[in-house]
Design a protein around this ligand. Structure first.
Ligand code: FMN
Length: 207
């Protein structure tokens, strides 16, 4: 691999990249979203070497199918000091894609100032993608035709009217229902509250 060549893809392929979905993809940024650290699973999925992405803005893997409003709510939450979950479609170096659920946490120094952020990502079950993909497509179409503000208003109204919860809770619930199905298969039924507590350890497992 040419480690100097950190160019973004010129062609977007409708093809999922192959990566080990049991792994956790991790990256750390400074307070502005500049990449400071990525793990091996990040390189495998995104198809960039560590050298290529360190020091680059995190939007290097931004997929054009992602609506802007998804990142606006992410940054609004992080700037308010709130940890956050989001479902993201990412773009690889060769133009492929991968879907992940991301757990964002805020990194603070000993004085309590925010110095950066850490993102831990897991593969997303197909059933979750089937809910999120059409929503993101609608948001993107609204952004293209009516602008970002209209997309944000639609997103907030959708969350109020159709799911009656914040985006963060929506993502956690979508995911917990999927995990509960898996738990039932394993004869281990977990309650919603227990799930929320175990979500953290889920993001810290196997990588
Ligand atoms: C810790 C951290 C991880 C991020 N991970 C991703 C990511 O995996 N994919 C992505 O498109 N944006 C990610 N972002 C958001 C980007 O910084 C950026 O806001 C986004 O790609 C949209 O690009 P834009 O702000 O230039 O429109 C992350 C931000 C932070 C702070």
């Amino acid at each position: 691999m040419d480690i100097q060549n950190n160019k973004r893809p010129t062609e977007i392929l409708n093809e999922e990249v192959k990566w080990d979905k049991s792994k956790t993809i991790i990256s750390k940024t400074d307070a502005y979203g500049t990449i400071l650290y990525v793990n091996d699973a990040f390189s495998e999925a995104a198809e960039y070497s560590k050298i290529e992405v360190i020091g680059e803005p995190h939007n290097i893997i931004r997929h054009p199918d992602m609506p802007k409003v998804a990142f606006k709510v992410l940054w609004d939450a992080l700037k308010k000091g709130q940890n956050f979950h989001a479902i993201v479609k990412n773009l690889t170096k060769t133009g492929k894609y991968y879907w992940v659920i991301t757990d964002f946490t805020i990194d603070k120094n000993e004085k309590g100032d925010t110095v950066g952020y850490t993102a831990r990502r897991k593969a997303v079950p197909q059933s979750v993608i089937e809910v999120i993909e059409p929503l993101y497509k609608t948001l993107l179409d609204i952004e293209k035709v009516k602008g970002e503000k209209a997309s944000e208003l639609y997103f907030n109204a959708y969350l109020n009217e159709e799911v009656n919860k914040s985006y963060d809770d929506f993502v956690i619930d979508l995911f917990s229902s999927e995990i509960n199905i898996l738990d039932k298969e394993n004869a281990k039924k977990e309650s919603q509250e227990k799930f929320k507590r175990s979500l953290k350890s889920f993001f810290f497992s196997t990588y």
